[in-house]
Design a protein around this ligand. Sequence first.
Ligand code: NAD
Length: 333
Amino acid sequence: MRTVTLIQGDGIGPEIIDSVKEIFKAAKVPIQWEEENAGQTTYEASGELIPQSLVDSINANKVALKGPITTPVKGGFRSINVQLRQMFDLYQNLRPCKSTPGVNSRFDNVDLVLFRENTEGLYSGLEIYDARLEMADSIARITKEGSVRIIKAAFEYARRNGRKKVTLVHKANILKHIGKIFLDAGMEVAEDYPGIAVDDKIIDNMCMQLVIKPEQFDVVVTTNLFGDILSDLGAGLVGGLGLVSGANIGDEIAIFEAVHGSAPDIAGKNMANPTAIIRSALLLLNYLELNDYHDAINTALQATLANKDECTADLGGSAGTSEFTQNIIKKLK
Ligand code: NAD
């Protein structure tokens, strides 16, 4: 039995996390949850946004599932999600974007996996503000080491999952130095994976290609800011943020999360679609190599999503969060 840290989060977090707990229980997944929390609810109760007990739990268990978190707007707090990524050096942001049969979206043939570098680039936090001149600089620091480790993660994923091609996305025509470091690192890493094709795309062309012919992409790897934008674009291609999974992965620790927010407008109303967090939990099962449990739950989820009537309102159905969850459980073999 593996212990996994569970962070309910805020807003719809408790409802969608409950859905995962019920499905995992019904599927007899050999995982026990260690419940901790972070975010607004925790702050109101204890004065801490990220309690030490949560940090200790993640350090001990190495794996966590996290619901969406509200970072209080007032008080100048840094994003909790960013803090967690930095605290545990979770340099890989993994976002699979795959079309789901039965779910309305612009395309029905998308199956790409995006790797976003999570710690460098324009999000390094290196900013200089000169109030007198009303001028600011944000430094997009890229290192060879940082580039190699994220690109290697993308190629490793491709190798493990029988993927055929890795696309490096950059802006080396304008951002000469950082672009070159990233591209050179990519070509160097690619030499170790002769069975996997490599190509590259400039970010602006990449955006156009994605909305015209997304089926040409397989595994995509890019720097922090481009990855942030592309990952939401990718979600949009397959039906939106309510459907896609996400993970932040380091060499030892991984946090799996729904990428949508805490949806305060529908919190507590049994309206939230738990698909994104269920799919993130499925990524977690792959990560822990519990692949049979992954496949059983995934099959039941796909069958439910294929029938609009069994889905939540955002997918055109009339089921509440709990009914949708039960519809999945009924299909578990
Ligand atoms: P949001 O994703 O919470 O909501 C945007 C819209 O999508 C809302 O109409 C909401 O009802 C809907 N929606 C989102 N998830 C849904 C789901 N699972 N099922 C059905 N509908 C869903 O974005 P926002 O309103 O910009 O942010 C709200 C809060 O969430 C903010 O405090 C923000 O900081 C936080 N946030 C957290 C994360 C995270 O923890 N990963 C990510 C984004 C935003």
